[in-house]
Write a protein that binds this ligand. Structure first.
Ligand SMILES: Cc1cc2nc3c(=O)[nH]c(=O)nc-3n(C[C@H](O)[C@H](O)[C@H](O)COP(=O)(O)OP(=O)(O)OC[C@H]3O[C@@H](n4cnc5c(N)ncnc54)[C@H](O)[C@@H]3O)c2cc1C
Length: 382
């Protein structure tokens, strides 16, 4: 293993690869970047969806999009649509292929796959990364290590889910409308809904999702999928084509640094995934651009806030409310989609809200309980 690098990117997931693609385009001739990840190879392990509120280098990997989405609660459905913002779908295999295609052509990179980092520390003027295959040093190391276990048992509210892309024998899905949240499912495990991404009349991703402090056993999600397909669509026999599972921390306590140090947190661990929604893909893209530009400027470069104070405050109040009043959550989400115009809500959920968008969202919330939570958050200090 070569031991001296200009940059080390530890964790080649969404954030690590997104940063690597940007940094690879910006570094000077002769500079070296190590990319470290325990995975020996990459495949279709997850999907990313988001509203296309900003562009990114992985547009060619967008494999599907929808212009309509709905939320269901107590037998009622609210459907929203936008001709301006579509809901985009990026399958992980296309994302990884696009990223590695760019990195493999770039002589700056050493792709150290199949290599786990045990520790990353700033020491004697360098960042030292100890890995399963030896140590290396870099001027700056980015720490994008992330896995589901990291967030469990810490008292953090979690968004946890497991989905299956299934193929049914009969045409039952409406391929034009995503079900963002179907709350008409058991609520015994925590705030629960099913997410449905219909790819055609016969094929869809069905993903039971729960907000609670402890993930379920794998079979519990599978059972929920089976029950849901039977109850909602009358499907008993189906073929499973792909599965994903995830655990996302629902907190505003993870935040990126305000200046570029020797060891820079990245991705989920740096608060790139929005606590209240679990959306992170576009924020990771935006932040990768900022970090790559800061890295070539050098240590100590000031970094902007990735999320405004107002957005963080709203997220914290919302999360405090979910913790305090979980049974009210389905109705709150339903009301949000019913009362806030689609494009305003999309901007809000995507951290691009204007003051008028925020005011529309605030108006859709129950006043007294939210004021109480807002008061508590202010007293705690944001
Ligand atoms: C299943 C799933 C689906 C999601 N869907 C969406 C979505 O639809 N839309 C959206 O906006 N967001 C979504 N998210 C949230 C977020 O966008 C993703 O989690 C995103 O992948 C986060 O990027 P990341 O780089 O922080 O983590 P990851 O992409 O998980 O990457 C972390 C990397 O760290 C590596 N690693 C772990 N341990 C070590 C170690 N010791 N040394 C070196 N490397 C290590 C892992 O192998 C992995 O490659 C989803 C999350 C999950 C888990």
């Amino acid at each position: 293993m070569n031991s001296d690098y200009d940059y080390a990117i530890v964790g080649a997931g969404c954030a690590g690869l997104s940063l690597a693609v940007r940094l690879g385009r910006m570094v000077g001739r002769g500079q070296r970047i190590a990319l470290i990840d325990p995975r020996p190879s990459y495949g279709m392990d997850r999907i990313w969806c988001f509203w296309n509120t900003s562009t990114h280098p992985f547009v060619p990997a967008v494999a599907h999009s929808w212009q309509r989405w709905k939320v269901r609660f107590e037998g009622r459905e609210v459907v929203q649509a936008s001709s301006r913002f579509a809901y985009h779908y990026v399958p992980a295999d296309a994302f990884y292929a696009s990223a590695f295609d760019q990195l493999e052509k770039n002589a700056a990179f050493d792709l150290l796959l199949g290599t786990a980092a045990d520790s990353i520390a700033a020491r004697r003027g360098v960042a030292e990364v100890k890995t399963s295959k030896g140590s290396l040093q870099a001027r700056i190391a980015f720490d994008g290590r992330n896995d589901a276990k990291r967030w469990q048992g810490k008292g953090i509210l979690l968004q946890h889910y497991a989905g299956q892309r299934i193929r049914a024998a009969a045409p039952v899905f409406d391929p034009g409308t995503v079900t963002l949240m179907d709350f008409d499912v058991t609520q015994k495990n925590g705030i629960s809904f099913v997410y449905v991404l219909p790819f055609s009349e016969t094929e869809a991703l069905i993903e039971p999702t729960v907000f609670s402090h402890t993930p379920l056993a794998a079979e519990a999600y599978t059972d929920l999928i089976r029950c849901y397909l039977n109850a909602r669509y009358g499907i008993v026999d189906y073929e499973v084509r792909f599965q994903e599972q995830g655990v996302i921390p629902m907190t505003t306590n993870l935040a990126p640094p305000r200046r570029l140090g020797r060891v820079v947190p990245l991705g989920t661990g740096a608060g790139m995934v929005k606590g209240s929604t679990g959306y992170g893909f576009l924020a990771i893209q935006q932040w990768s651009q900022i970090l790559a530009a800061a890295a070539v400027r050098g240590l100590g470069t000031r970094l902007p806030r990735p999320r405004s104070r107002r957005a963080t405050f709203m997220d914290r109040v919302f999360l405090a409310y979910l913790e305090a009043c979980p049974t009210a959550a389905p109705k709150i989400f339903f009301n949000l989609f019913q009362r806030v115009p689609a494009e305003r809500l999309v901007r809000f959920l995507s951290d691009r809200a204007t003051p008028i968008d925020v005011s529309a969202v605030v108006k859709a919330m129950p006043k007294l309980p939210f004021l109480r939570q807002a008061g508590d958050v202010i007293l705690e200090g944001i």
